[in-house]
Design a protein around this ligand. Structure first.
Ligand code: NAG
Ligand code: NAG
Ligand code: NAG
Ligand code: NAG
Length: 219
């Protein structure tokens, strides 16, 4: 027979479990995209998965296969993690997309070419390379994520392409280097093609009509 205080305790435990499960449901899953043997998987993960652990990701996350020709330019407002092995798939997934908080993990010992990747609106970048154990993970804060900015989320919709002022150029060869992650930003850039002739191949970036760009190089 249970005493009244025993009932009370059971009730508290039950309420606790209920509250915890509601809390877990409400938590945002993060997006993990990985490429392996010409397959692209797009996953929604409830927890951080150890870098490059493909089988764990398939087990824990809810994943869909993405056909390379169906990849569209998109935007990611939460954390995005990408595990990649070569730059062709990475370019397809990430070149000219809008991502605020990005983690890139190179899951191979490949040497990457000196090629640039353009990312809109990047605030925080983390990188890791499977082959390098000396620097397991590096992190860079590009633009302070202050409160007022995060409240303006709707400003950064895909349709308002022209209002996206922050553009980062990521030198893919940084994954080959032992040195730590560095960046420099240049403000008030009106035309990217005029200011950086050696980036002339980024002709797809329209000149800002009203506003200027803040251009960040990450190397
Ligand atoms: C991955 O899935 C998210 C939604 O879970 C979607 O917004 C995004 O566009 C997808 N990315 C690709 C490359 O399919
Ligand atoms: C989070 O992911 C799990 C599977 O990993 C899924 O069951 C759940 O619906 C997802 N939650 C949200 C809010 O997307
Ligand atoms: C990104 O796009 C530009 C312009 O199309 C291209 O020159 C560059 O090589 C691409 N970067 C990657 C990593 O695919
Ligand atoms: C320029 O900016 C002003 C306000 O800052 C806005 O009212 C106007 O519509 C903008 N013009 C264009 C062409 O974007």
């Amino acid at each position: 027979m249970t005493s009244p205080s025993g009932h009370c305790l059971l009730l508290i435990i039950a309420l606790g479990i209920f509250a915890f499960s509601r809390f877990s449901e409400a938590q945002m899953n993060s997006t993990l995209i990985f490429t392996k043997e010409h397959t692209i998987r797009n996953c929604s993960c409830p927890a951080d998965i150890q870098d490059c652990d493909y089988s764990l990701a398939n087990l824990v996350c809810s994943c869909k296969t993405v056909l390379p020709y169906s990849v569209e330019q998109t935007s990611y407002h939460g954390h995005l993690t990408i595990w990649f092995t070569d730059i062709s798939a990475l370019g397809l997934l990430l070149n000219f997309t809008l991502v605020w908080d990005l983690k890139l993990s190179l899951c191979s010992a490949n040497t990457l070419p000196e090629e640039y990747l353009a990312i809109w609106g990047l605030k925080r970048l983390r990188i890791s390379t499977e082959a390098k154990h000396r620097f397991p993970e590096q992190s860079l804060l590009i633009h302070g994520g202050d409160e007022s900015e995060s409240r303006e989320k709707p400003r950064f919709r895909h349709k308002d392409w022209q209002t996206c002022m922050y553009v980062s150029f990521l030198d893919m060869a940084l994954f080959n280097r032992e040195s730590s992650l560095r960046s420099y930003s240049i403000e008030n850039v009106i035309s990217i093609t005029n200011s950086f002739p050696y980036l002339a191949y980024f002709k797809t970036i329209p000149p800002a009509s009203n506003k200027s760009y803040v251009v960040t190089f990450i190397y």
